[in-house]
Design a protein around this ligand. Structure first.
Ligand code: OGA
Ligand code: MN
Length: 233
């Protein structure tokens, strides 16, 4: 998947533009406070990321989609991995940080990772992220992003890329109360620049079916380090 992204987008990495994007101190404070208090929040990050970067990321996912470079997403890991279409229907492509836009976005995610560690002492070691594309009618049923105690995915962040999204377009992220997982405590419109952030092990959520194509980037901040490959020979 990573290879597909690199080939299709034919990257020519350049240095990130100075000054962009910025996860400043007060913004990080607000995220940390809400994560502690409620386990989740949503906010408009379009000023932080900038319209140019949002447009470039949107363009990338549109190219990946047009060139059939996205794969049906799975659920579970190892021998539990399935592509169960009754649970989720989106297609995904992993980001590798190799294009100028992804480089800038990774720079931003790194600022968030460090900022959350400073405030919440979560020991976040790294992040991973993928583009996701939901066609009309696609959904992702209620789930958690991580199982408690695995110390893998700890904080989830979803960035939406869709211009002019309306309530009647559907496709909202429905968030459930971490104390009472059948109680809906919020809905997030997947409009360009909006970001949802939540504790991966605690907050159940689901993607409601949409009436139009829905693009996002899902990111996870993880406590584990990349497994070191065994040396052979
Ligand atoms: C996920 C997820 C939410 C969204 O990919 O695990 O829950 O709004 N995505 O796209
Ligand atoms: Mn999820």
């Amino acid at each position: 998947m990573t290879t597909a992204v690199a080939n299709v987008l034919n990257p020519a990495p350049v240095a990130a533009e100075p000054g962009l994007p910025q996860a400043d101190e007060s913004w990080l404070d607000a995220i940390a406070t809400n994560l502690t208090e409620w386990g989740w929040l949503n906010l408009d990050a379009s000023n932080r990321l900038g319209p140019a970067l949002l447009a470039q990321l949107r363009e990338e996912v549109e190219i990946l989609e047009k060139t059939a470079s996205m794969e049906h997403a799975g659920v579970g890991r190892g021998t539990d991995f399935t592509r169960d279409r009754s649970v989720r229907r989106d297609r995904i492509a992993w980001l590798n940080g190799q294009t100028p836009a992804q480089q800038q976005f990774f720079d931003f995610l790194e600022q968030v990772r460090v900022g959350l560690n400073q405030r919440l002492f979560l020991g976040l070691q790294r992040f991973e992220s993928h583009y996701a594309s939901y066609q009309p009618g696609d959904f992702y049923r209620r789930h958690l992003d991580s199982f408690r105690g695995r110390a893998s995915r700890v904080v989830s962040m979803v960035l939406y890329l869709n211009e002019g999204w309306l309530v009647e377009d559907g496709g909202e992220l429905q968030v459930f109360n971490r104390e009472n997982p059948v109680e809906v405590c919020g809905r997030v419109l997947p409009d360009a620049g909006r970001v949802a952030i939540f504790m991966s092990e605690e907050v159940p959520h689901e993607v409601l079916p949409a009436a139009r194509t829905r693009h996002s980037i899902a990111c996870w901040f993880r406590q584990d380090v990349v497994p070191v490959p065994l040396q052979v020979g």
